[in-house]
Design a protein around this ligand. Structure first.
Ligand SMILES: Nc1ncnc2c1ncn2[C@@H]1O[C@H](COP(=O)(O)OP(=O)(O)OP(=O)(O)O)[C@@H](O)[C@H]1O
Length: 586
């Protein structure tokens, strides 16, 4: 019920279309209800009328036939079209609106959500769950409610024919509704389990498809298949239970609803024998009782769709309600220009709220200078960049830009000042030019080429089959790690932000390209603030200041020369790397 309340605002946006659909439905369903009354008139009044002549009777019969023909073909048929067209159009629009909102939610989610949930599971909500709502809306808005209206009308008409027989029929049908309702609760809880498991299954399959090549390399295909078999077996056990319950509902309710007309006619026959009911009335009654089966059948058949739809709605609204921790303040300021410094003031942070990955770090990153973070793997270097970009918020202390806590700035204005290249750069399945242009959507082709030149990407791009128009990614050419990195660098050159964050940005390049790209970065260094992370210390020796991170703490800092003089961890690391590089060269 809760999910229906949340869903209603969407339904309200399509009020007009639903209203038209409902009017269409009323005509489409109510016109057939006149048939039993006409039949009764024919039996009781026309056929048995001894006053009217044969030709009068034929005349009346033809007139009635003409009216019925008109009602069915000139009203009911167009109304059926109106009903189908407007209701389905309203349903489609609601589905589109839900998809748009779900996608907007994807963009507002924290990094933590993506780290904790598989993309396949998120995708299931977007496609599978939202699609399930179509069946739910059809059942609820197109079928069930109109059947209930029909039911009320049928009961009203039956009351005019014979109240006692009507009461018996209503009790019998009421019992079927109660039974259907009780069984629907069971179906709903099973459906929830099935749908939750389906998203686990699709998350698993998507991940294994992405990792299929790794499975080959590690010969873990057999293990993958066994895991998948396990998931599929479990899933099919759940669906077996679901279909079993649905079959039980259908069979038990249907047998009752099939038997009801006969029972009512048998009792009605007693009334006819006693002279309390005319034969025409009994025939009309039979037709109406038979008509009562429609709503019950519609309800029973709609149960799985309604159950699936309400679980799907619940899952979608749960997803929409996922709390966002990295939030923008209502009165967020715009960071117009980075003027002075980024400051970490006694910052601590843990991804899981417990184990500190950044521990009481205080640093100052001044405008126009180059800084580097070095240290052992897992020491917290990338996390520092995550905190500057506000992918995560600090637990203690503050990150300030130009003296203001970054939480006070709008996310857009903060991120406009930042350009990021990481170890793992993402390219969309589109052309190279579009991939670079995402950094500045209104950039001219000449600007894109200029940025690619600075990133030493221009040459390899022009060698590709379609140059800058070559499609990359899943459906296009595959780029090497180094080529991808250069595209990512080109994005940063194009964006031309005040602060450049480079996380192992040249690690996938060969020595020659690395030197060239380093030269570009150094050129950039005169005008920009650069924060880089590098394992290879030779790439950071020119930094104005190097921070050595270990277990989330800054253990040493200074420029390369000063750090060597400290004779500490940095010097140790530097010497070791130098020796291994020399050994490699020999
Ligand atoms: N999204 C995450 N959720 C939970 N823990 C994380 C997450 N990302 C990183 N960590 C953990 O935080 C710690 C610091 O990771 P971080 O990536 O900052 O290290 P790093 O110094 O950049 O390492 P490397 O040099 O290997 O890239 C590691 O122990 C890592 O396991």
């Amino acid at each position: 019920m809760n999910e229906l309340r949340q869903f209603l605002p969407y339904v309200r946006t399509q009020k007009k279309l639903y209203l038209l659909g409902f009017i269409g439905s009323l005509f489409r369903f109510l016109i057939p209800l006149s048939v039993p009354l006409v039949v009764k008139y024919l039996f009781d009044d026309l056929l048995r009328n001894e006053v009217l002549s044969r030709s009068d009777k034929i005349g009346q019969l033809l007139l009635i036939a003409a009216i019925m023909l008109g009602a069915f073909f000139l009203i009911r048929a167009p109304m059926e079209y109106v009903r189908q067209y407007f209701l389905n159009r309203a349903n489609n629009r609601i589905i589109t609106a839900l998809r748009k909102d779900a996608f907007a939610k994807v963009h507002s989610l924290d990094s933590k959500y993506f780290a904790d949930n598989r993309s396949g599971e998120i995708g299931t909500r977007f496609f599978d769950d939202i699609e399930k709502i179509r069946g739910y809306m059809t059942a609820l808005f197109s079928n069930v409610w109109i059947e209930l209206v029909v039911l009320v009308c049928v009961v009203g008409l039956m009351l005019t024919l014979n109240p006692e027989l009507t009461l018996i029929a209503v009790l019998l049908v009421g019992f079927q509704f109660v039974l259907a309702h009780v069984l629907s609760r069971k179906v709903k809880s099973t459906t929830r389990t099935v749908m939750n498991y389906r998203s686990v299954l699709s998350g698993f399959v998507l991940e294994r498809i992405q990792g299929a090549l790794w499975s080959k390399l590690f010969q873990s295909e057999k293990r993958d298949r066994e895991l998948l078999d396990g998931h599929l077996d479990q899933y099919s056990r759940m669906t077996d239970r679901q279909v079993g319950l649905q079959a039980l509902s259908l069979s038990s309710v249907n047998v009752l609803s099939d038997f009801t007309p006969f029972l009512v006619v048998a009792i009605g026959s007693l009334f006819v024998i006693d002279g309390r009911l005319t034969l025409g009335c009994l025939i009309a009654f039979f037709a109406y009782v038979d008509r009562m089966r429609g709503p019950v059948a519609a309800l029973v058949q709609a149960i799985p769709a309604i159950a699936e739809g309400s679980v799907a709605l619940q899952r979608i609204f749960d997803f929409m309600a996922v709390p966002v921790t990295v939030r923008e303040k209502d009165d967020a300021k715009t960071l117009m220009r980075f003027e002075d410094a980024i400051v970490f003031d006694r910052v601590s942070f843990a991804y899981n709220g417990r184990n500190r990955v950044i521990d009481d770090v205080s640093i100052r990153i001044e405008r126009g200078k180059t800084y580097a973070f070095v240290g052992e793997s897992g020491g917290g270097k990338s996390t520092i960049l995550q905190l500057i970009t506000r992918m995560y918020d600090v637990d203690h202390g503050e990150v300030l830009i130009d003296g203001t806590n970054i939480k006070a700035y709008s996310l857009e204005s903060l991120r406009t000042q930042l350009g990021v290249v990481t170890q793992d750069n993402f390219l969309y399945s589109t052309s190279i030019i579009e991939n670079i242009r995402m950094a500045k959507p209104d950039a001219t082709d000449a600007e894109v080429v200029e940025a690619a030149r600075k990133a030493f990407a221009h040459d390899f791009i022009t060698f590709l089959p379609n140059g800058y128009e070559t499609a990359v990614g899943e459906r296009g050419v595959k780029l090497s790690g180094g080529q991808k990195q250069r595209i990512a660098l080109a994005r940063v050159f194009l964006k031309d932000p005040a602060i450049v964050l480079l996380d192992e940005a040249t690690s996938a390049l060969d020595n020659e390209s690395e030197k060239l790209v380093q030269a570009s970065i150094e050129r950039m260094a005169h005008t920009k603030t650069i924060v880089m992370i590098a394992h290879r210390l030779s790439t950071v020796v020119h930094a104005d200041r190097i921070f050595v991170l270990r277990k989330g703490r800054i253990i040493e800092s200074g420029d390369h020369k000063a750090l060597l003089q400290m004779n500490g961890y940095y010097r140790d690391l530097y010497e070791k790397q130098k020796q291994s590089e020399q050994r490699g060269a020999e």
